[in-house]
Design a protein around this ligand. Structure first.
Ligand code: ATP
Ligand code: MG
Length: 436
């Protein structure tokens, strides 16, 4: 019998689950503060949902299969396309913008390593029908506030605009698959291959030179002025630059200023962001935690026109997803030494067999009052009961002894101070609540 886990998957134990739940709750709170509402879509979708926009190559990365009726199905690799599908199916007539968030697992057939799994979780959002650049600015502000509230240290939010690179290529008549291939090479940071590829497409030397310069540019709004000087005759690029400048100004109003100033802010303009997928069109952003090494990207997003690709009308959409597992890796890196959170508050310890029934009754009374309580179910010897309660992190142990009980009493031991109180058995709940 094969008992090992499938490659690239993980089990999560108690402590890790608690930490993950806490982070999930913080993100939920922030997203809801920005008026997003939660949705849930299926774990599997029709394969065509993902091949339609990204072509057949993406199948290599998918967990796809035929179901018993020969339908082509795949586990979802991400949630932007499912949410766009949901919008097409259910929400086209809803007032806009529609703000949705999700938390769920995704599946990709990847080469597993730290921060790269075959089942992983994304916490993300989509805003359908907001107008850029204000929609873009608000989304970046929300991503930023999320990380502040999680108290994450040492992250960088890199913001770019695909209209600049795509505009430049389009003006040089590089379109379609050639353009996509160039964007993919930029995304992967494969500079040498990019240079070689540029030689094979029909692109003038000057444009190639400007392109290679732009993808290296990072900093504050001065970066945009520098590019502007080089592309003054290229209308599409100037349009994208104008839109991007407007976004940077709007970000100011959303409380993100000093962009590019490392001391006072962790937002930088980075014109080399290309994003892997073909459906992104305007603003794009990625968040990095450099200490995570190769898997440093904890978040990715931008504006896209997926609804139009699916045959709907053009509706401006912006979204992003935190790679939840990488975010956890980054946060745990910061708080390795924190003490685990205790599981329970009270442990009820029957000291002899005859007091078990009463112990169960006391435990139930406390649980119904919402007090996390454990009672001995393993018939442990008295000696073992206290050390076990201590291991669970109980701060009160209720010792239910035969002689005590005959007089209508139990003993409550405070595990922190060691102090013991004799309490009437029918006053246990009051005593515990008083001592909280
Ligand atoms: P990468 O380039 O690292 O593969 P990606 O560009 O494929 O990332 P997206 O599709 O934008 O990633 O997904 C959003 C986020 O999900 C990423 O920023 C990353 O944090 C996380 N992510 C992507 N793939 C994985 C994976 N296999 N395991 C864990 N997290 C992942
Ligand atoms: Mg990937």
């Amino acid at each position: 019998m094969e008992l090992s886990r499938p490659r690239g998957t993980r089990d999560f134990l108690f402590e890790e689950m608690k930490q993950r739940k806490q982070v999930e709750a913080t993100l939920k709170k922030v997203f809801e503060t920005y008026a997003y509402e939660e949705i849930k879509t299926p774990l599997f979708e029709n394969l065509s949902l993902f091949t339609m926009k990204s072509g057949e190559e993406i199948v290599d990365q998918l967990y796809n299969f035929k179901d018993k009726s020969d339908r082509e199905i795949t586990l979802r690799p991400e949630l932007t396309a499912p949410v766009a599908r949901l919008y097409m199916n259910e929400m086209q007539k809803s007032p806009k913008p529609i703000k949705m968030y999700y938390y769920g697992s995704c599946f990709r057939y990847e080469r597993p390593q730290k921060g790269r799994y075959r089942q992983f979780w994304q916490f993300g959002c989509e805003m359908i029908g907001g107008k850029t650049p204000e929609a873009d600015a608000e989304i970046i502000a929300m991503a930023s506030q999320s990380l502040e509230e999680l108290n994450l240290q040492g992250y960088e939010i890199h913001v770019g605009h695909l209209g600049i690179l795509r505009g430049l290529l389009k003006e040089a008549d590089v379109e379609g698959p050639d353009q996509d291939q160039i964007m993919a090479l930029i995304d992967k940071g494969e500079l040498e291959e990019l240079q070689n590829y540029l030689k094979t497409v029909n692109i003038d030397e000057d444009t190639a030179h400007v392109l290679l310069m732009i993808i290296e540019m990072k900093g504050g709004s001065e970066v945009l002025e520098k590019v502007r000087e080089k592309v003054s005759d290229k209308k599409l690029v100037i349009e994208a630059l104008d839109e991007f400048s407007h976004l940077i100004d709007t970000l100011n109003d959303f409380g993100i200023d000093n962009i590019g100033d490392h001391e006072n802010n962790n937002v930088v303009i980075n014109l080399g962001i290309a994003r892997g997928l073909d459906y992104y069109s305007g603003m794009v952003f990625e968040i990095y935690v450099p200490r995570l090494g190769a898997q440093k990207q904890i978040c990715g997003g931008g504006t896209y026109n997926l609804v139009e690709i699916f045959g709907g009308e053009k509706v401006e959409s912006t979204g992003f997803a935190f790679g939840f597992d990488r975010l956890m890796n980054a946060l745990m890196h910061d708080k390795k030494d924190e003490k685990p959170v205790p599981t329970i508050e009270v442990f009820v310890a029957p000291i002899s067999d005859s007091t078990r029934n009463k112990s169960f009754q006391i435990a139930q009374q406390l649980r119904k009052a919402g007090i996390p309580t454990e009672v001995d179910l393993a018939r442990k010897k008295f000696k073992k009961l206290l050390s076990y309660a201590d291991r669970l992190g109980a701060n009160k142990v209720i010792l239910v002894g035969e002689r005590d009980l005959k007089e209508g009493n139990v003993t409550i031991k405070n595990m922190e101070t060691g102090k013991q109180d004799s309490v009437q058995a029918d006053k246990v709940l009051e005593h515990i609540l008083d001592g909280r």
